[in-house]
Design a protein around this ligand. Structure first.
Ligand code: VGL
Ligand code: ZN
Length: 202
């Protein structure tokens, strides 16, 4: 068991990010056994769940003529237009059936506002609208977070960068993550995380 000040944050291990899903990440389900084991080492376990309404602005289908994985400009900055994924209440939005969910004390849902995407577990993509996770962790005395899940270069990286920015000690276990790697996004995310003081471990 790690110290009571350490939390495990499991990012978006949902059907749509696993093989067969709408936004499948290669090998996305390979990490589940290790993540399940890690849960026993942490007194605080948090799961995040990407949770979009069908009219979500991050979906290419909601931008006439746009193709998935193209870019759009949103009021808060550039945004990848994704295939429709993790729609509230659908099977794709459910956690992978093999992921243990009983050890989690908190499930953070994110991306539920139609007009703004939310990669990070802490803030939406405007970098200011909070999810509430910061307050939850602080009020439980957590000072250090270990991040695992999907996808390394989007939701895991954004969460780790925000954690570091907020003053948490942040560690990403890359072997317990898998990446989308769109146009060099994995290398870029790794560079940004290292520069921000996020520890990258296998
Ligand atoms: C994610 C793209 C869109 C992720 C979520 O979990 O990394 N990526 N929504
Ligand atoms: Zn999403």
């Amino acid at each position: 068991m790690t110290a009571a000040t350490e939390a495990l944050i499991v990012i978006d291990v949902q059907n749509d990010f696993c093989p067969g899903g709408a936004l499948a990440v290669a090998g996305g389900d390979d990490i589940i056994a290790r993540i399940n084991g890690l849960m026993d080492d942490f007194a605080t376990v948090v799961l995040t769940q990407d949770w979009h309404p069908a009219n979500h602005t991050s979906f290419a289908a909601n931008h006439p003529g746009a193709t998935p994985f193209s870019m759009a400009t949103m009021p808060y900055g550039p945004q990848v237009l994704w295939p429709t994924h993790c729609v509230q209440g659908t099977a794709g939005a459910e956690f992978h059936a093999d992921l243990r969910t009983d050890p989690a004390q908190l499930i953070v849902r994110k991306g539920f506002r139609p007009g703004i995407d939310s990669y990070s577990a802490f803030f939406e993509n405007d970098q200011t609208t909070p999810t509430g996770l910061e307050g939850y962790l602080r009020s439980r005395g957590v000072t250090s977070v270990t991040l695992v899940g999907l996808a390394t270069d989007y939701c895991v990286a954004y969460s780790a960068l925000d954690a570091a920015r907020l003053g948490f000690k942040a560690k990403v276990l890359e072997g317990a993550c898998r990446a989308i790697d769109l146009n060099g996004s994995l290398a870029e995310a790794q560079t940004k995380m290292r520069a921000a003081g996020v520890m990258l471990e296998p």
